[in-house]
Design a protein around this ligand. Structure first.
Ligand code: TXA
Ligand code: MG
Length: 316
């Protein structure tokens, strides 16, 4: 039985005892485990049905505790003061004496670290006093959860508890930035826009595609991801009565069901409602989901990245 709990101290004690506890962050709900405990971390992969051991992000209450596990350089320190706590994840060289289990980092010599801003997450991390590994709290390849009810739908019976933390404010995952090389590389667009990062450390590169000979730097960035059960069609300019519409601004007419991301075309509001919308329309019983165009800039690339993945051809 998975319990919904309100007490951060109870959730912290469960984590320290090696149990799996989902908790809210400002981006999406995470499925947490003691990052030092390989068995607990293996439980994350099992509960999510993750086919590969993708590296996980380690969560900390503050930058100082993150720096105990990785080597920050000047760029990392500047970004941490600008954006932590908040939706930015930094990939940095792991310290030789890091307590984090190798499985957490999938055996890589780097580690992804982040300090979330959600008050419930901060309290949990402070009380737990350990690095907490946490991917999004959904079944592998499915839509990320932004409410405790979503987490229960995904993982009930597979984890010890969910710490209630209300709705997630940002709604898309953190930006993942690789600082392990001389060039900063954006591995995943997310809650902190690329422009904001560049204002602090200068130009940021994109990962070389595997076809172009670049190593696959973020193993978790598989194309088909965030997939609802229904097929997803992007850049819709017309919609059929047997389709559900994910609207951005004035909705196209004639859809069988409509979920409005943001009537005012506000990208922040749209990001916060994105996964909720995909989930709601997935339950519409219609033929597919048509998505209206979403512009670039700010959180636009993060939203479009998630939509591209939702629309990508499925593995199975
Ligand atoms: O907003 C978020 O980041 C949420 C909340 C719960 O914090 N977490 C999340 O975790 O989205 P997950 O596991 O769904 O995504 C982590 C991403 C994956 O694409 C993974 O491959 C990448 O970060 N990653 C983690 N460690 C890495 C490393 N050492 N090197 C390169 N990429 C890494
Ligand atoms: Mg995920």
């Amino acid at each position: 039985m998975t319990r919904l709990i309100e007490d951060a101290a109870e959730a912290a004690a469960l984590l320290r005892a090696g149990e799996l506890v989902a908790f809210a962050t400002e981006t999406v709900y995470g499925l947490g485990a003691d990052a030092r405990n390989g068995k607990a971390v293996a439980g994350i992969f099992e509960a999510k049905g993750r086919p590969h051991f993708n590296p996980l992000i380690c969560h900390f209450p503050d930058a100082e505790s993150a720096w105990a596990e990785v080597h920050p350089d000047e760029r990392a320190r500047a970004l941490a003061s600008a954006f932590w706590p908040g939706p930015l994840t930094l990939v940095l060289p792991r310290r030789a004496d890091s307590r984090v289990d190798l499985l957490t980092g999938a055996g890589l010599d780097t580690l992804a670290v982040r300090v979330p801003s959600h008050p419930a997450a901060r309290e949990l991390l402070r009380l737990a006093g350990i690095p907490v590994a946490a991917p999004s709290a959904n079944q592998s390849g499915r839509v990320s959860p932004t409410t405790s009810a979503h987490v229960m739908e995904e993982l009930s019976g597979r984890i010890a508890a969910v710490l209630e933390g209300g709705d997630c404010e940002v709604g898309v995952e953190s930006t993942v930035l690789d600082l392990s090389g001389t060039e900063a590389v954006l591995l995943r667009p997310g809650g902190v826009p690329q422009e904001a990062i560049e204002a602090v450390i200068g130009p940021v590169g994109r990962p070389a595609s595997p076809e172009a000979g670049g190593a696959l730097r973020s193993p978790g960035m598989m194309l088909s991801h965030y997939a609802p059960a229904l097929p997803v069609r992007l850049e819709a300019t017309v919609v059929a009565p047997d389709e559900a519409l994910l609207a951005f601004g004035a909705p196209l007419e004639g859809a069988g069901a409509v979920f409005q991301l943001s009537a005012a075309q506000d990208l922040r509001e749209a990001a916060a409602r994105l996964f909720q919308g995909l989930r709601a329309l997935d339950g519409s019983g219609l033929r597919g989901i048509a998505v209206m165009p979403v512009p670039g800039g700010g959180l636009g690339p993060a939203i479009r990245d998630r939509l591209d993945r939702a629309a990508a051809p499925r593995d199975a």
